[in-house]
Design a protein around this ligand. Structure first.
Ligand SMILES: *[C@@H]1O[C@H](CO)[C@@H](O)[C@H](O)[C@H]1NC(C)=O
Ligand SMILES: *[C@@H]1O[C@H](CO)[C@@H](O)[C@H](O)[C@H]1NC(C)=O
Ligand SMILES: [Ca+2]
Ligand SMILES: [Ca+2]
Ligand SMILES: [Ca+2]
Length: 296
């Protein structure tokens, strides 16, 4: 017992001497050299405690001492820092905060099994990665806005023409629109500029398609509104005046009539042929009967 302590003491003396003096290019046996030149006991490497001033003793570890946990980036941290909502590994994938079966008290657990700080819940930022920290919010934090579906989004995304809520409620109730978007004539709704004159109805009143010039490849309804060619003769009334569904039924009807008539004709031929066949067969049977009778 005493032997171990004295050995440790000797080690520490060695370290103190080393750190006290100018930085050495090599550290003696039983010591490890920090990136900044300091020497620490070899046993202090990868144990989860920061012994080097520059913390380099806890980086580049292949494994950690039992008291520590190995991050994806080769850093060792104390077990108690795992699943506490703070990115202690400091890596991009926040490896100490993912794959958590439980989070520490006061820390919020995402649907993705990631732990995040409670402060990051309902703040409009997707901290979980699947947005689950922004769902089912009672109130949204300052700088964020609550959607009809109780999701929180950053306030700057309100009335910008993009559906950030998922139920489009951030693009309703708009008095004015952000520069990226256009205000429909009625309905207090903002739509993205690229949805204007594209031939598809995005405003409830279709005012986004009431244009002097339609986009390339876009037709017009008879009332002058833009309509995508894809919507013409698709069986759905897209023009308010239904003009996208007239003068197209004819072509398909002709084919239908033709097919119908051909089918009917075929049926008739089959019936007649069967009829003839049956009659001939019955005739044959009769002839057989007659000849049999004559034989008797
Ligand atoms: C939101 O609440 C609903 C209903 O209670 C639940 O099914 C859903 O999992 C919750 N979503 C999140 C991300 O917590
Ligand atoms: C298009 O807009 C003009 C005025 O800008 C309006 O008079 C006209 O009724 C609109 N047409 C349709 C089909 O909404
Ligand atoms: Ca958040
Ligand atoms: Ca938006
Ligand atoms: Ca449109």
């Amino acid at each position: 017992m005493l032997g171990i302590y004295s050995k440790r003491l000797a080690l520490w003396c060695l370290v103190l001497i080393h750190t006290g003096s100018t930085k050495l290019t090599t550290c003696s046996t039983y010591t490890w050299r920090c990136k900044d030149g300091d020497c620490i006991p070899l046993s202090d490497r990868c144990d989860g405690f920061k012994d080097c001033k520059d913390h380099s003793d806890e980086a580049g570890c292949a494994s950690c001492k039992p008291a520590a946990w190995l991050c994806n980036n080769g850093k060792c941290i104390k077990h108690q820092y795992r699943c506490n909502g703070d990115n202690d590994c400091g890596d991009k994938d926040e490896s100490d905060e993912i794959n958590c079966n439980d989070c520490q008290p006061g820390v919020w657990r995402c649907m993705t099994k990631k732990c995040i700080n409670n402060d990051d819940r309902c703040n409009g930022d997707d901290d979980c990665g699947d947005d689950s920290d922004e769902q089912n919010c009672t109130v949204c934090q300052a700088g964020s806005w609550q959607c009809d579906n109780r999701k929180c989004i950053k306030s700057r995304h309100k009335c910008d023409g993009d559906d950030d809520c998922g139920d489009e409620s951030d693009e309703r109730y708009c008095e004015t629109c952000k520069s990226t978007s256009w205000l429909c004539n009625t309905g207090l709704r903002c739509i993205n500029h690229n949805k204007k004159c594209d031939g598809y109805k995005d405003c409830p009143d279709n005012s986004d398609e009431n244009c002097t010039v339609c986009n390339a490849g876009v037709d017009r309804c008879e009332d002058g509104t833009c309509l995508s060619r894809n919507l013409r003769c698709n069986g759905v009334k897209d023009c308010l005046d239904n003009s996208d569904e007239v003068n197209c039924a004819d072509d398909t009807n002709h084919i239908q009539y033709f097919l119908g008539a051909a089918g009917l004709l075929l049926l008739l031929v089959i019936i007649v042929t069967l009829g003839i066949l049956c009659r001939n067969r019955r005739k044959g049977e009769l002839l057989v009967l007659v000849s049999k009778k004559q034989q008797h």
